[in-house]
Write a protein that binds this ligand. Sequence first.
Ligand code: ZN
Length: 369
Amino acid sequence: MSQFFPDTPGYRQLRERFLQAATQAGATLSEYSHPLTGPFGETLFTDVAWLGAPDAKRVLVALSGTHGVEGYYGSDCQSRWLESLNGRALPDGVAVLMIHLINPWGTAWMRRVNEDNLDQNRNYLDFSKPLPDNRAYRDVHAIYACEQLQGPQRDKADALFNAAIAERGWSGLMSVVEAGQYAFADGLFYGGAGPSWSNRTLRSIVEKHLSGVDVAACFDLHTGAGDYGHPMLMSIVESAYPALDDAKALFGPWLFTLITGANKVSATGVAATSTGYTSQMLLDALPGVHLMPFVIECGTYAGDLVHGHLRDDHWLHLHGDPLDETGRKIKQGLLEQFYPADPDWQEMVWIRTRQVWERALAALPGIRA
Ligand SMILES: [Zn+2]
């Protein structure tokens, strides 16, 4: 047994497909070994494929699996795109950098978070400085610390949950919970106490491959927020960045720019209060690069449904066994929230992702550094 469900590829199959597609496309591969293993004893890696001239100064970057379980979508698009190349040459001076499953533990264990129960997209902070203090989360943490999946404790947690919704409204509560918090390692949307393995690994990949380039368009691939089957192209950053006008010119009304901050609100399903995002880290790490950081966020189910499954998976991680019957049922539910089995959904997100990448690829030679 090397996967949770017979009909769904596991981490090992995603990796094998990606490596084969990258090799066939003529990419140069490197791998970053993760210290832990997957649920079936599989060794875990983040794989990096560079396609195109080694000295190319304009790069399209595709990053999958920041949120582990969302890597099923990202990996599928990365492999499909490589497979679809069929010998086609890239535009002159342009390379493609595919970073495959930056949180391989999360993908293998089918969790949104990483091995430290931390949300990788809340972890890109300067830990030498005081961390954001999400005080409001303290009032609702007990909802997520519940030790029962069913029973009187769970009923009590549900009552607390319903009271918090009544007090703050659904989006008000989510902007507290999803903002990220740095005080409870056993809580939801925990941002960590230091740079995670994925954080350190992404920084070294970026330093190695991107610090010397002129222009880059980076796509961080996500699912689980927004309307079902409606991929959103976004820029999620703390403030306007130098290449934002180019990003807007490139995608026009397709692009939604979300500026994050303590009191920001958003109707997109993506938390505007969040701290420690990938995009901001890339901008900070690559001051010499004319960088356009994008997020493709593919909507699945309603926010309260997704959240309910995240709660159950959180319980499973703290108190259950992912491989027993209850555990597999929770995993099946969680995967469906972040990678619906519906082939039309899967095709839709691939078509849109391909369109976005192809438009960026074609435009990269003409963007002034
Ligand atoms: Zn995500």
